[in-house]
Design a protein around this ligand. Structure first.
Ligand code: GUN
Ligand code: ZN
Length: 436
């Protein structure tokens, strides 16, 4: 058993429904077999367990590991393609790079960059858009398992309108997906998700084959994109006989409580009602929405319909892996919406980056640092004298400290990360680590 000593901030009660930030200064967590067994003021815990090893995380703050509900593995090397709306960005930045994933050697290197990017930003769980090529998805799962992060992912499928080398057909998509799910679903920390890229690039036949995989793989997740950009939405309406964007997924049997749809910047009321009814979650990706000019996310409307919302980085349209940056940008977006915005406190931001994501991904053992939860955590320890270090030294309470963390924190402040009590190696991989 190990005692972790530090200042712990988390949101075990949802701040959108009356919960508040839990901030325990100089507290102790007793961790056994990766699970938090006791939680108490440090001095008290030490008295109870005088002989256990102590990991000293005093200075800075300890947060639950972040849960990124929408991030693209093949796009890590094209982050920062600014100045284009969605469909132009896909054609010019994302899809040429995604075609390179046909080369397994290349994909293996990208998988290493990607998983290190996640973990280094304090992200311990993620729902990941895989690649259009099964061997590349295999490389991602292999690397995630080596490093130890919780990855839910799968084969991305499309059968129209993208460059031809990225297309497949319903039968091939089904066979390839089932084979990958057999290898990875429920193995260690990995799980499978069915991933039609978006309704624009998927016929009803392909969506039906995705639903068949979902029915075949118990507890698999489903994820896709929805209502991101007006030109995209108009094209989907033309291609899908006037059905709404959300309806195309619903009609194929892909909407349920284990479905996460990314963006939803421009939903109709009927679509929000349908998402709420299905219990599906929306991945809010604020830096991507700003970078591609997709729009300001209507959070208040989602909440008023009871649609579940969590944060996604949407790397590579999003501008980095850190959910601190996403949280800050989410806050900015709501401010910019004026009276239509939902004011976000630091506790809201932490919830969106942790416990809301855990709920969306159906990971009941992570998202906060309560007794009985897995010790998935990150220690933010800014460099001495840095603005965040100075700011943290001058705070009245946990809420203020957390506001400084979201305003000033970056991945560079993440000193150490644990999944199930095991410290994650954040160093670049050594030669030989990446054999598939
Ligand atoms: N819609 C379809 N594919 C993508 C993608 O890769 N990124 C974003 N942001 N939207 C998409
Ligand atoms: Zn995306």
């Amino acid at each position: 058993m190990t005692i972790f000593r530090g200042t712990f901030l988390d949101t075990p009660e949802d701040p959108f429904t009356g919960g508040t930030l839990r901030a325990d200064v100089d507290a102790g967590l007793l961790v056994e077999d990766g699970v938090i067994r006791e939680r108490a003021p440090y001095a008290e815990l030490r008295r109870r367990h005088p002989a256990e090893e102590v990991v000293d995380l005093t200075g800075g703050v300890v947060l639950p590991g972040f849960v990124d509900t929408h991030v693209h593995f093949p796009q890590v090397r094209v982050i920062g393609g600014l100045g284009m709306p969605l469909l132009d960005w896909l054609e010019r930045c994302a899809l040429p790079e995604e075609a390179r994933m046909a080369d397994l050697g290349y994909a293996t290197g990208v998988a290493a960059d990607f998983v290190r990017g996640l973990a280094s930003a304090g992200t311990t769980s993620a729902l990941v858009f895989g690649a259009h090529y099964a061997p590349a998805v295999d490389a991602l799962f292999t690397e995630a398992a080596r490093v130890g992060v919780r990855v839910t992912s799968g084969l991305v499928v499309s059968d129209r309108l993208l460059r031809p080398e990225l297309l497949t057909g319903p039968a091939q998509a089904y066979d390839d997906s089932i084979a990958l799910a057999k290898r990875w679903h429920g193995v260690g920390r990995s799980r499978y998700a069915v991933i039609p890229r978006f309704a624009l690039s998927c016929t009803d036949g392909l969506l039906a084959s995705c639903a068949a995989v979902l029915a075949e793989v118990p507890d698999a997740l489903a994820t896709s994109h929805v209502n991101e950009n007006p030109r995209e939405i108009a094209t989907v309406a033309e291609l899908c006989d006037g059905r709404s964007y959300v309806e195309t997924y619903w009609a194929s049997g892909l909407l349920g409580p284990r479905t996460v749809l990314a963006h939803n910047v421009h939903p109709t009321d009927a679509e929000l009602a349908l998402l709420a009814d299905a219990g599906s979650a929306v991945a809010h990706c604020p830096t991507s929405n700003a970078a591609l000019g997709s729009g300001l996310f209507p959070l208040a409307r989602h909440l008023s319909y009871g649609v579940r919302v969590a944060l996604g980085s949407d790397v590579g349209a999003g501008t980095g892996f850190s959910l601190l940056k996403e949280g800050l940008q989410a806050y900015f977006a709501q401010q910019l919406l004026g009276p239509d915005g939902h004011p976000l406190s630091p506790a809201h931001l932490l919830h969106l980056a942790t416990s809301a994501g855990a709920a969306a991904l159906d990971l009941p053992d992570v998202g906060d640092l309560s007794v009985g939860q897995s010790f998935d955590a990150q220690w933010l320890r800014p460099a001495p004298g840095s603005p965040l270090d100075v700011g943290l030294a001058h705070t009245a309470d946990g809420e203020e400290a957390l506001a400084r963390v979201f305003a000033l924190g970056t991945a560079a402040d993440v000193r150490a990360v644990w999944v199930s009590g095991e410290q994650v190696d954040l160093a670049p991989p050594r030669p030989g680590d990446l054999e598939v």
